[in-house]
Design a protein around this ligand. Structure first.
Ligand SMILES: CC(C)(COP(=O)(O)OP(=O)(O)OC[C@H]1O[C@@H](n2cnc3c(N)ncnc32)[C@H](O)[C@@H]1OP(=O)(O)O)[C@@H](O)C(=O)NCCC(=O)NCCS
Length: 226
């Protein structure tokens, strides 16, 4: 699996994006960003070297339960790789019951010149659409530091909701930071029934479902799989 197929879309601000594979050489553009504290602080990552980044690429590209995309911006017909996003740990929730499948998601924009202009929000829309409508996953999970406002906000907009807190998972700027564990559920009737069974989803879950439905409707219209 490793790489997901090319998806083309345009952000709300008009920036053209592609989620698409990248090569072992292209991965080196991530290094400058991954050596900055501002990129790594909430990911719990440490700075990497070229060798480490290419080892990561080699390992990732062989993993069958990962779907990885480079985040490319297209400006004046030139493509520029600015980060990556993935669905990893794709697997059945209960190993013997293959119908409820889930994955964990993450994104890192290593080029911080492209932060705060809606890139992660658009990438989350496309990735979520792909996970639910092309892979048929039932649940996506993500973990986000409570202080990582941008990440939390981008996930919230696509319908990730809070499940529980991992306390004290990192120590940043002189204090412990907690991590919110979030989930986003496939809003399609078949998946919703499978997930909730006889339980009644809370109002919070129903609101999150609506957001995901809106995100999927947007993506059906705006994401192109060439
Ligand atoms: C977190 C990250 C992915 C956000 O990407 P981004 O493209 O800048 O996010 P967006 O522009 O789509 O913004 C998402 C929302 O957060 C808000 N936001 C963005 N940066 C913010 C900031 N520094 N403070 C407060 N809000 C912020 C945006 O206004 C937007 O909300 P809105 O749509 O209501 O206006 C990016 O900063 C990054 O890669 N950081 C390093 C790695 C990381 O932390 N990854 C996530 C780990 S869980």
């Amino acid at each position: 699996m490793a790489f997901g197929p090319i998806m083309k879309l345009t952000t709300e601000s008009g920036l053209k994006l592609e989620l698409a594979p990248f090569t072992r050489e292209e991965v080196l553009v991530f290094i400058a960003g991954l050596q900055k504290q501002s990129t790594n602080q909430y990911n719990g990552m440490l700075p990497v070297t070229a060798e480490m980044e290419q080892e990561w690429f080699d390992k990732r590209s062989k993993e069958s339960n990962v779907m990885l995309w480079g985040v490319w911006v297209v400006e004046r017909d030139k493509r520029k790789l600015i980060g990556y996003t993935e669905i990893n740990e794709i697997s059945p929730l209960v190993p013997t019951q293959r119908n409820i499948t889930q994955g964990s998601t993450s994104i890192t924009l290593t080029d911080n010149n492209y932060w705060r202009i809606g890139v992660a929000s658009a990438a989350h829309y496309a990735r979520t659409w792909y996970a639910f409508e092309q892979l048929g996953l039932v649940r996506l999970r993500s973990a986000v530091a409570q202080e990582n406002t941008a990440s939390r906000r981008a996930l919230d907009k696509v319908g990730y909701s809070h499940v529980y807190v991992e306390r004290n998972f990192q120590f940043i700027d002189g204090h412990y930071v907690h991590e919110d564990m979030l989930e986003c559920l496939n809003p399609a009737d078949w998946a919703w029934r499978l997930w909730w069974g006889d339980d009644r989803p809370s109002r919070k879950n129903l609101q999150a479902r609506k957001k995901t439905e809106v995100a999927l409707a947007w993506s059906r219209e705006h994401v192109v799989l060439p």
